[in-house]
Design a binder for this molecule. Structure first.
Ligand SMILES: Nc1ncnc2c1ncn2[C@@H]1O[C@H](COP(=O)(O)OP(=O)(O)OP(=O)(O)O)[C@@H](O)[C@H]1O
Length: 220
């Protein structure tokens, strides 16, 4: 199978701090894989997700995403790919508090200028029903529970039908019932659309439910 992610990091340096992380780190991921990334605090898990998700291009190394060298992508193309090909499931704080849950979920559609598209509206309804958040669509994030906010973050991440979902501690602040819901949603997307799922977690139970676990080690 052809890898959709071919990443070779020589190192990622933070100039002000004068140290580097992810030294000689390599990763290949195939379409539809379920992968979890674990490792002690500060080892570079979030930094790695930022690189995979095209939020950070400042590192030494090479990265081919969908067979295209990321270094050859213009700033606009990077933003377009981030919006359309990658779904970020960040913690619930990633919602914009001044917008309703519905508008938060529709943000990626607005960026892509397709919110009026009928198939997209249909998709919105399907996702919202599947995730079970119709009752909170008109609410603002701070009027919702933590579990509801986590599901809204998830809905926003998958509204563009991304090829890759990057989840950073998606269950960290959730009770076991809501944790289960989010994990099931992640794996449903994987099953239905062959979406690649990459999850950073401290929770070994969550990590163990992925097909492959990568442990990041601290560089000495
Ligand atoms: N923008 C930045 N500027 C300077 N240092 C940074 C920056 N971002 C991350 N770091 C440092 O890089 C290291 C890795 O951070 P990162 O957040 O990737 O770790 P992590 O493994 O995700 O940690 P945690 O499990 O605590 O979330 C840490 O030492 C952190 O302080």
């Amino acid at each position: 199978m052809n890898s959709i992610i071919k990443l070779k990091i020589r190192k990622k340096t933070f100039k002000k701090k004068g140290f580097s992380i992810l030294n000689d780190f390599e990763l290949e991921v195939e379409p539809g894989e379920k992968l979890s990334i674990i490792g002690e605090s500060g080892v570079g898990k979030t930094s790695l997700l930022n690189i995979i998700g095209l939020l950070d291009t400042q590192y030494q190394g090479s990265y081919k995403l969908f067979d295209t060298s990321v270094k050859d992508l213009s700033r606009n193309k990077l933003a377009e790919w981030r919006n359309q090909k990658i779904g970020f499931v960040l913690q619930e704080s990633a919602l914009i508090n001044s917008l309703t849950i519905e508008d938060n979920i529709k943000l990626p559609l607005m960026y892509a200028n397709i919110e009026k598209d009928l198939t997209v509206q249909d998709r919105f309804k399907r996702i919202v029903t599947k995730i079970g958040i119709e009752p909170i669509l008109k609410k603002k994030p701070l009027e919702c529970s933590g579990g509801q906010r986590a599901r809204a973050v998830f809905a926003r991440a998958v509204i563009m039908n991304p090829q890759i979902i990057l989840a950073d501690e998606p269950t960290a602040s959730l009770d076991s019932k809501n944790k289960e819901k989010i994990i099931n949603l992640l794996f449903d997307m994987n099953k239905e659309f062959n979406t690649t799922v990459i999850t950073v977690t401290h929770d070994l139970d969550v990590a163990n439910r992925h097909e492959r676990i990568i442990t990041l080690e601290r560089n000495e």
